[in-house]
Design a protein around this ligand. Sequence first.
Ligand code: C2G
Length: 128
Amino acid sequence: MRKIITYGTFDLLHEGHIRLLKRAKALGDHLTVALSTDEFNEIKHKHAYHSYEKRKYILEAIRYVDKVIPEISWEQKSKDVISEEIDVFVIGDDWKGEFDFLRNYCDVVYLPRTKNISSTKIKKDLGK
Ligand code: C2G
């Protein structure tokens, strides 16, 4: 079984997230999402509209997602790849090059981001 992992906040779910998850799952048989906790979002200087529990509930309803684990630190990725027996790490190409060190443990794939959509843009367009 070819196992994939990806990481993110996935707030205010939109087509960019879904397209990322769909393409990630297509690379294997099982997709784990390491979902940023509210505490880790603070470290990322991101404020999610939905709490971790709600963002987890929403992600678990997506057909491409097989498992959701918490992302609590920048440093956990290599441990996760080993403990979850991951074959491929996938993330959007806004992160291109940032996680090449994981090539010691698994394949690393940066996927093109979906243009003209982001949680930040949604909030801005709604005048929040
Ligand atoms: N994404 C995308 N297209 C968009 C918006 C997001 O492909 N228009 C992708 C991102 O590249 C990322 C995933 O969707 O792979 C989740 O996006 P975010 O929730 O913004 O993730 P981020 O805050 O970048 O967290 O340790 C890694 C971080 O946790 C990544």
